[in-house]
Design a protein around this ligand. Structure first.
Ligand code: SF4
Length: 104
C-alpha cells in the first residue's frame, strides 16, 4: 500500500547541468524515475560499459544516440535501487527528482 500511495505523489524531474551522486536521495523512491521513461540516451562509451555489465536492452544507432531501453522498468533496477549505481549513464546521474514544483 505504501508504494501505491507513492505512485500518486506529484513528482517533478529536472535534468541538471552536472552529475549528482547522492545515493541517500534515491533511497526511498522505489526507483520511480527508473520506471517512468521509455529510454535513456547513451554515449558510445556508456553503451560499451553497459554492454560489459550484461545489459540486454541496448539499442545501437548508426545515426544518433544509442539507448538503454527502460519501458516500464530498467533492467538494472533491483529492489527499488540502481544495481549499477557507480556505472550508471550520465543522464541518470544528472536527473533530479523532487516532490516540489520546479519554482517551489
Ligand atoms: S541505469 Fe540505474 S539509474 Fe539509470 S534507469 Fe537504470 S536503474 Fe535507473
Amino acid at each position: 500500500m505504501l508504494f501505491a500511495n507513492r505512485a500518486r505523489e506529484k513528482r517533478h524531474g529536472i535534468l541538471l547541468d552536472h552529475p549528482l551522486d547522492d545515493p541517500q536521495r534515491c533511497r526511498n523512491c522505489d526507483g520511480a524515475c527508473c520506471r517512468a521513461f521509455p529510454r535513456v540516451a547513451l554515449k558510445w562509451e556508456e553503451y560499451l560499459v553497459l554492454e560489459s555489465l550484461g545489459a540486454r536492452r541496448l539499442e545501437l544507432s548508426l545515426s544518433g544516440a544509442h539507448h538503454l531501453l527502460i519501458e516500464n522498468s530498467c533492467e538494472f533496477l533491483a529492489d527499488g535501487r540502481c544495481a549499477i549505481y557507480a556505472h550508471r549513464p550520465e543522464i541518470c546521474r544528472r536527473f533530479y527528482c523532487t516532490d516540489l514544483p520546479p519554482d517551489g
